[in-house]
Design a protein around this ligand. Structure first.
Ligand code: PMP
Length: 445
């Protein structure tokens, strides 16, 4: 056990972890939660409010994970909780259509004009899996291109050198995925225009789709290089391939209209999840009508779900999107997040700690680069080259100082509007966070 971990290790968390491990593989229901890449025992969360989490031991944290993205307005927002409670009175699931699905679809489409039709599912994994099947069904082709370090959920075809938990466990792909399934997956380097062009030149007529996180958030956070997304768009159009933007993380997070609005690119299909469910399990695949109408029951591409369009999730999503209809929220969140990153860089610089930051809207990343003059990473191998040992130290020092950070150096961090307020204390949350980071950086330099 790490030194830092010992002091912050709570009996109740430890007991809960042991008990969970006896009945749940690794004690968790999603691998990155197990602290596998940083060591130590995960904190079991007892409750959350605004920008804060409390663990079983009653320790309070400023939360920069935000349930991995959905909590753009902070935890337990009263309007979202109210919407879920009100809907719960009318039933939890129908297995039949309800109007809430149409209402949420209309609200999302009003803010993302590229989306002509939407199908709701229950997770980001389902959304990407469906988008890929749809692209293959529509084009009648099998091959597709994802990018190394991007993560699109854990469906078989997409688990080739995928990012997120797979990276942290050092496994390029998962056991149990037949090589047959991934033989049509052409994994390319993010931000590498030449490689993309040459693959299209030789195999373009066979490529069904390119799927990309327009802003990568599963290899820490990496912005697209100027011209990268434009090149993907142009090649997909030229060769008749479907362009899928995986905006599961970036949708309603980096801007009201997602990354496609920021970069002014029209994908053919978009996947969404996280923010559009306000914290409830939800996902969506959406896009051009002629492609979407290939979905069952209209078309030949099968997709279904007992809990798809679940009324509680729809009610939470509607409340969330209503609250996000004011674009100023994004301007303020983006401005404050960028400022926070600059403040962190300045603190680090004062301590001779090589740190680089990047942000967009309410999403940001910290890179513990090896040398002060190192540039911001542009692709997965550059993200890999950052200082792993320092990240681990940082992670545990942060926990000790009440900062809850993603338990992997390959994850983006998330800010919410609640971070811009004071919560239940006098000093604003971000001011308190900066004071903690000052001490944390002292401990890890
Ligand atoms: N796509 C992206 C870009 C993601 O970040 C994630 C999850 N972090 C997924 C897909 C999968 O979503 P889920 O965990 O809801 O299945």
């Amino acid at each position: 056990m790490l030194e830092q971990e010992k002091s912050g290790y709570s009996c109740l968390n430890a007991e809960a972890f042991e008990r969970a491990k006896a009945v749940i593989p690794g004690g968790v229901d999603s691998p990155v939660r197990a602290f596998g890449s940083v060591g130590g025992a995960p904190r079991f969360i007892a409750r959350a409010k605004g920008a804060h989490l409390w663990d079983l031991n009653g320790k309070k944290y400023i939360d920069f994970v935000g349930s991995w993205g959905p909590m753009l307005l902070g935890h337990a927002h009263p309007k979202i909780i109210g919407a879920v409670q009100a809907q719960a009175e009318h039933g939890l699931s129908y297995g039949a259509p309800c109007e809430l699905e149409t209402v949420l679809a209309e609200k999302i489409m009003a803010l993302m004009p590229n989306l002509e039709k939407i199908r709701f599912v229950s997770s980001g994994t389902e959304a990407s899996m469906t988008a890929l099947r749809l692209a293959r069904g529509f084009t009648g082709r099998d091959k597709f291109i994802p990018f190394e370090g991007c993560y699109h959920g854990h469906s078989d075809a997409l688990l080739v050198k995928a990012g997120s938990g797979c990276l942290t466990f050092g496994a390029p792909s998962s056991a149990g995925v037949p090589s047959e399934t991934v033989k049509n997956t052409l994994n390319l380097e993010f931000n590498n225009l030449d490689q993309l062009e040459s693959v299209f030149k030789t195999q373009g007529e066979e490529i069904a789709a390119v799927i990309v996180e327009p802003i990568a958030g599963n290899m820490n956070m990496i912005l697209p290089r100027v011209g990268f997304l434009e090149k993907i768009r142009a090649l997909c159009t030229q060769y008749g391939a479907v362009l899928i933007f995986d905006e599961v993380m970036t949708g309603f997070r980096v801007a009201q209209g997602g990354a496609q609005k920021i970069y002014n690119i029209q994908p053919d299909l978009t996947t969404l999840a996280k923010v559009i469910g306000g914290g409830m399990p939800v996902g969506a695949v959406a896009g051009r009508r002629e492609i979407m109408d290939y979905l069952s029951p209209l078309g030949p591409v099968y997709q279904a779900g007992t809990l798809s369009g679940n009324p509680l999730a729809m009610a939470a999503g509607i409340a969330m999107i209503d609250l996000l209809s004011d674009e100023h929220i994004y301007q303020k969140l983006g401005h404050e997040t960028a400022k926070f990153c600059k403040d962190l860089e300045a603190i680090a610089e004062g301590k001779n700690l090589p740190l680089k930051t990047v942000s967009m809207g309410g999403m940001f990343g910290l890179f513990f680069v090896k040398n002060l003059e190192d540039p911001l990473p542009q692709c997965f191998s550059e993200a890999m080259a950052c200082d792993e040992a320092r990240f681990k130290k940082f992670f545990h020092a942060a926990l000790n100082h009440g900062i809850y950070w993603p338990a992997s150096r390959f994850e983006a961090a998330f800010m919410s509007t609640a971070h811009l307020e004071s919560g239940d204390e006098k000093t604003p949350v971000l001011e308190r966070a900066l004071m903690s980071f000052d001490q944390i950086f002292d401990e890890i330099r």
